[in-house]
Ligand binder design. Structure first.
Ligand SMILES: Nc1ncnc2c1ncn2[C@@H]1O[C@H](COP(=O)(O)OP(=O)(O)OP(=O)(O)O)[C@@H](O)[C@H]1O
Length: 336
């Protein structure tokens, strides 16, 4: 085994759907699904990451695909630790005397107990010095919005398990609100739609594909069509049905409205000086779900502000955590 005095410091975004890892001095090195495959006794990890996600819906009774992080929150401590161990090993090949410093992105609004669970999982997996960073702040860093300055930023982050609205200034969260709904919730709504309206049972990966390729809140996309494969609920045979984009609007709209209500309620609680910054600059959109066709435009219209986004919103949080890893003092300014 390779031996090193000092291990490599890194940042990690423990997302509901993906885990991303940034290595100090190098940049983003891992971007894989946060899934695990376990044996029948739940004792042995058989596959992790993309390999595990590919097995979803295709396993037999001896193995099971699990996601230890649901709705942005650790639901199984031991599994999360097993997954962290896998990623820690991937970054730090070999054995080192001094353990790594790790920056961990945590969802906005998680409880102190949940924060402790993340810290404990990371300590057990072998890290020394842990900096926990609120996901919204990490995204603001990743989008180069200078969240350490006395300037109000309104950021909406929509991921797989959670959606957050945060008003940020001087490295802190001034007001925020979170719902435990995101892309996974929309996938479930799409599965329900096919079951109820098309008598077709479809898997979660298929529902996600339909959401990404077809779902849209743009009226002009309404006639876009897709063929979807699944199992006919009447005769249990494989079947293919056609679906229009307009049919899926009922799956997306209630969620979009809930996000807008959350934004409006957050703006009501925002101090006036910050409100005027937001009025001038609009709002930042982050998280992969923000790419859903027509969603940004829908929110803009409902709240009356313009939005802006980075080139790849799935990487905002990890690139921000990476910046904090490279220069922790900037992030620790104005904080306890
Ligand atoms: N182009 C797209 N259009 C719509 N949805 C998308 C698109 N690309 C990815 N998604 C969805 O975005 C979600 C993943 O977002 P992201 O990677 O930001 O989440 P996460 O960080 O793992 O989750 P969380 O922050 O909730 O813990 C998934 O539900 C995925 O299906």
């Amino acid at each position: 085994m390779k031996f090193k005095m000092i291990a490599t410091d890194f940042a990690i975004d423990l997302g509901t759907s993906n885990i991303l890892v940034y290595k100090k001095g190098e940049g983003l090195i891992i971007n894989e699904p946060s899934s695990l495959v376990l044996d029948e006794n739940h004792t042995k990890v058989i596959a992790v990451g993309q390999q595990a996600k590919d097995m979803l819906g295709k396993t037999h009774e001896d193995i099971q695909v699990v996601k230890p992080i649901k709705n942005g929150v650790i639901t199984d401590f031991n599994l999360t630790e097993a997954m962290l161990n896998y990623f820690f090993d991937k970054v730090n090949v070999g054995f080192s005397l001094i353990q790594p410093r790790v920056v961990i992105v945590i969802p906005s609004g998680i409880t102190d107990i949940q924060k402790r669970a993340v810290e404990d999982a990371a300590l057990h997996a072998g890290s020394r010095d842990i900096i926990l960073v609120d996901e919204s702040l990490a995204c603001a860093y990743g989008m180069n919005l200078a969240p350490n300055e006395p300037k109000g930023i309104l950021l909406i982050n929509m991921g797989a398990g959670t959606s957050q609205v945060a008003v940020i200034s001087l490295n802190g969260i001034v007001v925020s609100s979170t719902i435990n709904k995101g892309g996974d919730y929309l996938d479930e709504k799409i599965v329900d739609y096919f079951r109820e309206e098309k008598s077709l049972e479809i898997g979660k990966n298929t529902a996600e594909e339909v959401k990404i390729k077809l779902a849209s809140l743009k009226v002009k996309d309404g006639n876009n069509e897709m063929e979807v494969n699944g199992k006919d609920l009447n005769d249990s045979r494989p079947n293919t049905v056609k679906v229009l984009s307009s049919e899926l609007v009922t799956c997306i709209l209630p969620f979009a409205d809930e996000v807008c209500e959350m934004v409006l309620a957050t703006l009501e609680k925002t101090p006036p000086e910050i409100s005027s910054d937001i009025k001038k600059n609009g709002f930042a959109l982050s998280g992969s779900l923000s790419q859903l066709s027509g969603l940004a435009e829908y929110i803009e219209k409902k709240i009356g502000l313009k939005s802006y986004r980075s080139e790849d919103p799935s990487k905002d949080a990890i690139l921000g955590a990476g910046q904090i890893l490279e220069d922790p003092d900037k992030f620790l300014q104005y904080r306890k």
